[in-house]
Design a binder for this molecule. Sequence first.
Ligand code: BGC
Length: 235
Amino acid sequence: MAQADGSIRTLTVDIGGSGVKAMVLDEAGNALTERSRVETPQPPKPTAVIDAIASLAAGQGEFHRVSVGFPGVVRGGVTETAVNLDPDWVGFDLATALSQRLDKPTRVINDADMQGLGAISGKGVELVITLGTGFGSALFLDGKLVPNLEMGHHQFRKEETYEQQLGRAALEKGGQKKWNSRLEKAITSLEHLFNYDYLYIGGGETKKITIELPPNVKIVPNISGLLGGIALWRN
Ligand code: BGC
């Protein structure tokens, strides 16, 4: 059911390792409400996170459908991994559970995929990485997503993965200078691997970037993580 003016409102939700965020979008994907945020419940088990989403939803006014970005592999609405949340998410049907709880159709994809959908131009090879609690990645060709690219857990350097070298824990442990120099190396490595037309960098830790970026690398606002939610309803 739509608004009296016929418009469909989408509640878009970003589940992160440190915060859960939500806002409502119009059909063109523009924000209709202020973004709201709660701390990710601890332990971040499915029931607690669904309660957190329900409390955010209650403060967001009317909506007709729900889009969720989840920090792990998602297939057909079922979460298959959740390295930075809780093992209880493995094999959990989040789309069904949330649609029952909120009584609205719900679609779920990987958080970096959702961020990418809100950031890309739709032309050529576009790679997206996200720097937050974890290291997210998404790949697009002419706007078409290759789902669940899990580069974060792929080996990067010194026997460590991209996430081990560039996740929040590494930033906090090694400091901003070391993290920036690793990021520079990661960009070079990814450029050689993907030969992308554009690389977009999103996520909460982009504010810590101090290195000069090549012209085909762009920092995208963290809000794209939520704005990408509209794309889940395009055919
Ligand atoms: C997960 C990815 C996720 C990324 C950012 C990684 O640990 O495996 O699926 O996109 O963190 O949240």
